[in-house]
Design a protein around this ligand. Structure first.
Ligand SMILES: *C/C=C(C)/C=C/C=C(C)/C=C/C1=C(C)CCCC1(C)C
Length: 270
């Protein structure tokens, strides 16, 4: 077996294993009579669509990893990890929703706590590929994203100690996010990518746009969720689900597109 056959075989095995895992969780939900998706449950539908999109994206990024230049492979791996981890949590989140009709709050924040830092590390990897990586920038973005998520979690979890603090905590979260936007558009990172290849510049720009516009869907979902009662919960979950698909799948696709662009450009130079 040569190297590429081997990679292909291991990819297929991995994809097969992932599919089997999905099958078993589908079977589990079918076991309970009241655990089925109702045709009027649009929030439930959005949970199912997001789950499928995460799995499909993961498979796609793993397979496409073989078609890009070496320096882009780690970025593709991280993109696949982000959607793969989200897929894993979504299989539980949709069950939680269908069984209880409540927001899968803890599961969602666990997912974000892992996937958001992974996405932030993509910036580091892209800059590392052009030899301009800055650990300081990584820690700034990492720190700010943790502050954003912890403040967001406390604002949504109904904990006595922070009762009545929902809006102040939300504003703290927004400030941390604003700081991330500032670092990406005005800070040192921007100058560093200036001289990089077209692919790298595209990736950086696209990722910065996603963290600015794509991420805005989350605070919007939070605000719409303030409406007490079922419709608030519905809107919050639909918007968070759409946001996750945009910010994880589209984010990965941008990395893939840039990697493909860069790989073509460098192979035509040779
Ligand atoms: C894959 C998951 C991602 C990219 C999650 C991103 C989450 C956010 C950008 C959340 C933002 C929030 C604020 C800006 C204010 C406080 C409330 C949050 C946590 C929803």
């Amino acid at each position: 077996m040569n190297k590429s056959t081997l990679t292909r075989t291991s990819c297929l095995t991995l994809v097969g294993a992932l599919s089997l895992l999905t099958l078993s969780s589908v079977a589990a939900s079918g076991n309970s009579t009241n655990g089925m998706l109702k045709e009027t449950d649009m929030v439930g539908v959005s949970f199912w669509i997001a789950t499928a999109m995460m799995l499909a994206s993961t498979v796609f990024f793993i397979l496409e990893r073989n078609n890009v230049a070496t320096k882009w492979k780690t970025s593709m791996t991280v993109a696949a990890l982000v959607t793969g981890i989200a897929w894993y949590h979504y299989t539980y989140m949709r069950e939680h929703w269908i069984a209880t009709g409540e927001s899968p709050l803890v599961m969602r924040y666990i997912d974000w706590l892992i996937t958001v830092p992974l996405q932030v590390s993509e910036f580091y990897l892209i800059l590392a590929a052009i030899g301009a990586a800055s650990a300081v920038l990584f820690w700034k973005l990492f720190g700010a994203s943790i502050v954003m998520l912890v403040a967001g979690f406390l604002s949504e979890a109904e904990i006595d100690a922070v009762d009545g603090m929902e809006w102040p905590l939300f504003i703290v979260g927004c400030l941390a996010w604003a700081y991330i936007i500032y670092e990406l558009w005005v800070g040192e990172a921007k100058e560093k990518v200036g001289g990089a290849s077209e692919g790298t510049q595209f990736a950086f720009k696209a990722m910065a746009v996603i963290l600015t516009i794509g991420w805005a869907i989350y605070p919007l979902g939070w605000i719409m969720g303030q409406d007490a009662g079922d419709s608030g919960i519905d809107r919050l979950n639909i918007l968070y689900n759409i946001a996750d698909v945009v910010n994880k799948t589209a984010f990965g696709l941008m990395v893939w597109y840039a990697a493909t662009m860069d790989t073509k450009a460098s192979s035509s130079e040779e």
